[in-house]
Design a protein around this ligand. Structure first.
Ligand code: F6P
Length: 473
């Protein structure tokens, strides 16, 4: 089959440029790239369709077409102009999506694809426009929904004008509703994502989150070429540095790797270590934070919200007198993170992720694939991922419960890490994700070529959101 991955935001290239260094180049692009590769390896013709950018600050994205070195020739990156040549943030793309679709369909002519997988609201909106013109069905994978972001950022009727100016929520929510109404299926990573994200009031009468027939639960995979127990050249390069820092101290680590974001609740792990007897003698704390070598010196480089989180961490480390055994590692890439995980896995370490709420939880899966024993929040995806007991689930709001989980994880490291590795290697592979998508595509059926010109889809939900915010008062 000829399948499109429609992902207007960010961009794709052989070198994975800017990945995780820019808000529009996050984990979703890894997901699209890995899944597209897995589909192409099954023999399908796969196109990743995105926006062409001719901007000397973003030179990697100027070509109309590109292929990955490591992939089958049946996988292409196709870039179509829309909204001019300069880079535009994802929040500014909405008025240009129709132009992207027009240029894409002109390129395909009669050689139209059989199916579209749409990613994020801009992909979903584009796929709905494509379906109106051609009858080609699509799946919608939200990755992240605007309603949760609107709530999480504390949007209310007073700050609405400022929030709308910055995030264009009215366009995004409208695009998400159009995507949910018109997609043949909505792909989610866990049952919780379906129940908790798609049940938001702002999606009422666009989707019924309890209607199982509208959804397919297909979890993402882990990139096992990066996250595995197999050592690489990089392991040998960084081992001397880690030995120098940790050599004498043979204690296992409590490894934490996440953004300095309040919802990740790093402070919960530190409170647990401070409060749990013997835990601070048994283990040291390893905090992997991009860009932070020495927090007291580097804190000024961070955003205000990150500084707030880090200040609270430093204060607790000082009052609990555990600053000495807390090491901040500035990890530059996923490859370096995997090598660091392996170093600590070999010393019987655990991976702690105690987010207040974690929609899915790819990080603990990646850590488990390297041999770390997962001790993770029970709120969200991890409770499904480690439902078989291969990870320890803790209540992120109760430090003593986190402490007990960490002690348990350290004591049972070998048994747990083996079980977690088995679980990940069996279930969370991109081949499994591809099989999940393909069974949906076979079930839905492919293109019904029809040229029905219908009413163009309107993109504005301002009134609905204002009404919702008034109800929030
Ligand atoms: O595509 C870049 C990205 O970071 C994705 O990884 C993620 O799905 C999305 O943006 C998050 O966007 P937002 O924070 O606006 O929900």
């Amino acid at each position: 089959m000829h399948i499109i991955f429609l992902n207007p935001q960010g961009n794709f290239d052989q070198e994975d440029s800017h990945l995780t260094e820019h808000p529009d180049f996050g984990g979703q692009l890894v997901y699209v790239k890995e899944l597209a590769h897995a589909m192409a390896e099954l023999g399908h013709n796969v196109d990743i369709v995105t926006r062409r950018i001719r901007d000397n600050k973003w030179p990697e994205f100027a070509a109309d077409q590109e292929s990955y070195k490591s992939s089958p020739k049946t996988l292409r990156i196709l870039r179509f102009p829309c909204g001019g040549d300069k880079f535009l943030e994802k929040e500014q793309l909405w008025p240009h999506i129709p132009e992207l679709i027009t240029n894409m369909l002109n390129f395909y002519g009669d050689m139209r694809p059989d199916f579209v997988t749409a990613h994020y609201a801009d992909g979903g909106y584009g796929a709905a426009l494509t379906q109106i013109k051609t009858g080609i069905p699509f799946t919608f994978t939200g990755h992240s929904l605007g309603a949760q972001k609107l709530d999480k950022l504390g949007t209310n009727k007073v700050n609405w004008p400022k929030m709308e100016a910055r995030f264009n929520f009215s366009k995004r929510i409208a695009a998400e509703r159009i995507s949910m109404q018109n997609a043949a299926r909505i792909i989610v990573s866990t049952g919780q994502e379906k129940e908790e994200q798609y049940s938001h009031h702002l999606y009422n009468d666009a989707i019924n989150s309890s209607d199982k027939s509208r959804f397919a639960i297909t979890p993402p995979g882990v990139n096992e070429s990066i996250f595995s127990t197999k050592e690489t050249e990089l392991d040998n390069q960084i081992k001397p540095k880690l030995e120098a820092e940790f050599g004498e101290d043979a204690r296992p680590g409590i490894v934490i790797s996440s953004r300095l974001d309040e919802k990740k609740n790093i402070i919960g792990v530190l409170k647990a270590v401070a409060e749990t007897r013997h835990l601070s003698e048994k283990a040291q704390i390893i905090l992997c934070v991009r860009g932070i070598e020495c927090p007291e010196r580097d804190i000024g480089k961070l955003s205000n919200s990150e500084q707030t989180v880090l200040k609270e961490i430093l204060e607790l480390l000082a009052t609990a007198n555990i600053r000495q055994q807390t090491h901040f590692l500035n990890i530059g890439s996923q490859l370096e993170l995997a090598a660091t995980y392996r170093f600590f896995a070999q010393r019987g370490s655990v991976f702690a992720l105690t987010s207040l709420y974690e929609p899915f939880g790819l990080a603990p899966i990646e850590a488990a694939a390297t041999g770390l024993a997962p001790v993770v929040t029970k709120n969200g995806g991890p409770s499904e991922i480690f439902a078989d007991g291969s990870g320890i689930l803790v209540d992120p709001f109760v430090p003593s419960n986190i402490g007990q989980g960490l002690m348990d994880g350290l004591e049972r490291h070998y048994e747990l890490s083996q079980a977690a590795m088995r679980r990940v290697n069996e279930v969370y592979t991109w081949q499994n994700t591809a099989a999940g998508y393909l069974s949906v595509i076979e079930n839905v059926g492919t293109a019904k070529k029809s040229n029905t010109e219908e009413e163009p889809l309107k993109l504005d939900e301002n009134k609905r959101i204002i009404k919702y915010l008034e109800g929030q008062a």
